[in-house]
Design a protein around this ligand. Structure first.
Ligand code: HEC
Ligand code: HEC
Ligand code: HEC
Ligand code: HEC
Length: 180
């Protein structure tokens, strides 16, 4: 394969991945009530629910959000090339329950716009988390202090997940990130 074809493949891959819906996750079931969407994609892209445009905001260019109260049943949310299916109330048996984290917080609880870019509100992410979580027990549950395990998002899904403790991996795999 020559260099040009590699570049073309890379460009195509980047294009296909240029939109991502972070919340809700694909093929999950959420409880009835408000759902705050978190997504990123081209500034020109529009969020749609069941193929109809929804009223949304862009707190920073390319960062898309909207708070919706979808009816019970199955829905499809899309942003550009990104699509997720979710159900309200009950859904297909193989879909898992999705919990928003934190259920009622605003994007600005954790994020801020710095020099026009979507960034974090505090220098150290753990300081944001400590606003709601008592991190005194942290060393006991994590075997380390928040200096060594400062990148909470390496193991936790910050917008919510289907797993216990909003984990990306089980404890064994999480420790192996450094203790391979
Ligand atoms: C509890 C804190 C928290 C809240 C609340 C939160 N986020 Fe995030 N967000 C994070 C963290 C931490 C990351 C980094 C995730 C990673 O690296 O896996 C992130 C990453 C992102 C990204 C990806 C940024 C990139 O450059 O890839 C987007 C987009 C985003 N958040 C949008 C939102 C929106 C929109 C909201 C409100 C609906 C929101 N977030 C609410 C903590 C939060
Ligand atoms: C605005 C308050 C708030 C902030 C800020 C916050 N959380 Fe939370 N978090 C909560 C609440 C409330 C819950 C319980 C939600 C539920 O019932 O699922 C929770 C649950 C969790 C859980 C799951 C705990 C369990 O036992 O299932 C983890 C892990 C977590 N948060 C990590 C973080 C991390 C990491 C950050 C910083 C990026 C953070 N949180 C910031 C309020 C917050
Ligand atoms: C190396 C992976 C890893 C990192 C990094 C990490 N955690 Fe965790 N976290 C875990 C695991 C594993 C559990 C589940 C522990 C258990 O159930 O025994 C957990 C559980 C939690 C819980 C629920 C249990 C409790 O202690 O209340 C909270 C809250 C939490 N983490 C917050 C954070 C915050 C805040 C950060 C960043 C400062 C962070 N975590 C960084 C792996 C990690
Ligand atoms: C971000 C990297 C990182 C992750 C993830 C991590 N550790 Fe560590 N760990 C370290 C570093 C660096 C040291 C040595 C410094 C120290 O002892 O504080 C260490 C030391 C240790 C030690 C002391 C014994 C020794 O080998 O020196 C234990 C026990 C330990 N880690 C357990 C864990 C467990 C359990 C987890 C999963 C919850 C985990 N670690 C995840 C970086 C990490």
């Amino acid at each position: 394969m020559n260099r040009l074809s590699i570049l073309i493949i890379l460009a195509t891959l980047t294009q296909a991945q240029d939109a991502t819906i972070l919340r809700p996750m694909n093929q999950t079931v959420i409880p009835a009530g408000p759902l705050t969407i978190a997504a990123k994609g081209p500034a020109s892209a529009k969020l749609t629910l069941d193929a109809k445009p929804i009223e949304s905001q862009q707190p920073a260019p390319g960062i898309h959000t909207a708070t919706i109260k979808p009816d019970p049943g199955t829905h499809e949310l899309a942003l550009g090339t990104a699509k997720v299916q979710f159900a309200v109330g009950t859904g297909p048996a193989e879909w898992k329950a999705f919990r928003q984290h934190p259920p009622t917080a605003q994007c600005t609880t954790c994020h801020a716009i710095k020099s026009g870019e979507w960034a974090f509100r505090t220098e150290k992410l753990a300081d944001t988390c400590a606003g709601c979580h008592d991190l005194k027990t942290f060393p006991k549950t994590h075997n380390h202090n928040t200096e060594i395990l400062k990148d909470c998002q390496e193991c936790h899904m910050p917008h919510g997940s289907t797993e216990k403790s909003h984990l990306k991996w089980n404890k064994e795999t999480a420790c192996k990130l450094c203790h391979g």
